[in-house]
Design a protein around this ligand. Sequence first.
Ligand SMILES: [Zn+2]
Ligand SMILES: [Zn+2]
Length: 397
Amino acid sequence: MSLNQSRDVFKQVFIDHWAEFLEMNPGYQAEYYDTVIKKMLGCGDPENGFISYRCLQCGEVKRVPFSCKSGFCLSCAKIYTDEWVDYLSEALFTRMRYRHVVLTVPEQFRKWFYHNPLLLSEFMKTGHAFFQDVVSYWLKKPVDVGSAVVFQTAGRSGSFNPHLHILWTSGGMTRDGRWKEFGFVDFDLLHIKWQYHLLKMLRENVKSKEMEEKIDRCWREYPNGLVAYIEKGDVPRGGKGLARYLAKYVVSPSISLKRIIKYDGKGVRYWYNDHTTARRVEEEVDALTFIGRMVQHVLPKGFQRIRYYGLHATCRASRIREELKDLLNDTQKSVAGTYRVTGYRNRIKKSFGIDPLLCPKCGDEMEFEGIWHPEYGWIVNNWDSFFTEEIPVYDDG
Ligand SMILES: [Zn+2]
Ligand SMILES: [Zn+2]
């Protein structure tokens, strides 16, 4: 199946079975989920709105339908990822060295994270608090560190595996305004401390007998702590390259299953790359299971998937950026400048390599004519401001 066919089939599975899935899974009977799916299904359909161009040479008219811009949608996933990379790369400190850290949750605790925005937020916060704690311990003095935390729910096969990918600054700011790097990583300490911070967070936020028991058992069963690891290999310095590097790990679940191989109206066969073995794995499940595997990754409404803490906290980042200019030694060549893709035209050009504004008949440049919206009809607007508005790329809704 070609990529385009695969996209159509992905939609078809939802067209055929979404209603049935809702009936069998009352937990998803909320308007929010329905909206996410309907948006994905209506993506690219001119009935849901389009932009119109006209060629002043030959009169040819071209209508470009709105896209849903959701990471859930296979057609939009590429653009979604590009936006994501732009957003993250702008926040990172140029020339800073980062560590890429992955923090996991043991299987027995995962169910509590399921569609629980409060716990998810606490989880992300804990990722940073843990970092602050270990670095201050290693450096034997309190330092201020910065982290960009990305929340991810998907294991490669589509399973529900909430975990964090964090970019840690490779050092911190001391109280007297100096920069101190930590050169080594003590993994034993890392595991034990992660266990401590995660279980403490769970104890404080989930008050139940079952949780108490699971926490106690976890301390007994894992005396050496929980899995927290640092990716080996070169991590690019702060900037676009680094954001692109991280995007590979945190792509949306619908892209991580690479291709649908077969769909006969009942069963779906697809393949994905296994994270640990880097091998291609094929799997076949019935359509309802397939839908379940996909929608379990839809994040709670408005949920921010990337968050910044410490030196990276939004209110401090620009001041810190200035201070770091003097503090970070400039021994490495700086990474290629970041640039921002603005507007629909550049985005299409960049993602698909075609210029959407050239007339398919005579090749002349086409003129923007207007926007048609299903509710408001024809809108002729300042189209630049229309398309450069912030798109919530970090939110799966
Ligand atoms: Zn879409
Ligand atoms: Zn023309």
